[in-house]
Design a binder for this molecule. Structure first.
Ligand SMILES: CC(C)(COP(=O)(O)OP(=O)(O)OC[C@H]1O[C@@H](n2cnc3c(N)ncnc32)[C@H](O)[C@@H]1OP(=O)(O)O)[C@@H](O)C(=O)NCCC(=O)NCCSC(=O)c1cc(O)c2ccccc2c1O
Length: 260
């Protein structure tokens, strides 16, 4: 597969998937998701690879979720909502290798969900994290909500989703959303250090540990798959469309005007 939206490299047992859409703050569209799934599967089957790093190009954003430039009642690609994002999430969970989020800047909306799903997360001190769905007429009704609650606790997860605030890297560390925070210019060295420590370990023991951690939250995948059909119906409403329109028009949304 020829990649347009990601950069995919492999070195020293480390596969790096970099979302390369800096003008959109590394927001993903359907094409980005297809490429991420392809690269994750390649890394899974490549026996020379022991760990995967997921990150964004540039120093502004890790990933800001679904591309709001294309979200106008649907994302126009494959899958229930025209964006096979649930397959990206499943691929991160299913590959038998740890996936480390290298959080180099904003991790907002679906970007924060990626951080939540990755096995580990290392953040720059410049990073900001948070959810945006209810601010732009969307919601991740699976891992993005339920797994987040497992990671940071129920009350905090509900705060993150209902208020759509942004949190500093240090706040994310305190709530257990990231494993470490380092000065921005030390991010790559720190990520490499963690990767090297993983690569020297027994790959089969690591794979068994990862699969075993996943078992406890596996029900969320089924629930999320079901809820994606409800989300598709929500995307067809004027209330949801108002979120995307307001973002593109750079104004405050007026959701209550359209609530049925
Ligand atoms: C990230 C921000 C907080 C940055 O704010 P700031 O003021 O610093 O910068 P700008 O707002 O001016 O943005 C700069 C530049 O980037 C473009 N951009 C940013 N984010 C996006 C985006 N998501 N899509 C497209 N383009 C984006 C922005 O338009 C500017 O471009 P210019 O050309 O005008 O310079 C702030 O940008 C922000 O809050 N961004 C939006 C975040 C957002 O709404 N994300 C989508 C939420 S929905 C979602 O992600 C989602 C994810 C999932 O995983 C799902 C799974 C299952 C179901 C649903 C899901 C879902 O809905």
């Amino acid at each position: 597969m020829e990649y347009q939206d990601i950069l995919y490299t492999k070195q020293d047992g480390i596969a790096t998937i970099m979302i390369n859409r800096p003008a959109q703050y590394n927001a993903f569209r359907a094409q980005t998701c297809e490429e991420m799934i392809h690269a994750l599967k390649d890394a899974d089957f490549d026996r020379t690879i022991g760990v995967v790093v997921l990150t964004g190009a540039g120093d502004k954003a890790f990933c800001t979720g679904g591309d709001q430039g294309t979200q106008d009642g649907g994302y126009g690609g494959r899958g229930t909502i025209g964006l096979p994002i649930e397959e990206v999430q499943s691929a991160i969970r299913d590959i038998a290798k740890p996936v480390i989020a290298r959080v180099n800047g904003y991790a907002i909306g679906g970007g924060n969900v990626l951080v939540t799903i990755c096995d580990l997360a290392i953040a720059s001190d410049k990073a900001q994290l948070g959810q945006a769905g209810p601010r732009v007429g969307s919601v991740d009704p699976g891992f993005g909500t339920a797994l987040l609650a497992r990671v940071v606790g129920e009350k905090k997860a509900r705060e993150i989703w209902y208020l759509c605030r942004r949190y500093t890297a240090q706040e994310a560390l305190a709530m257990g959303l990231v494993n470490a925070v380092v000065p921005h210019d030390q991010l790559d060295a720190e990520v490499k250090k963690w990767c090297d420590e993983i690569v020297e370990k027994s790959p089969t023991a690591i794979a068994l540990a990862k699969k075993s951690f996943n078992v406890d939250t596996e029900l969320i995948r089924g629930m999320g798959g079901l809820a994606m059909h409800a989300l598709k119906l929500y995307y067809e409403t004027a209330e949801s469309a108002e979120g995307g329109n307001a973002f593109r028009e750079k104004r405050k949304p007026e959701f209550r005007k359209y609530q049925k």
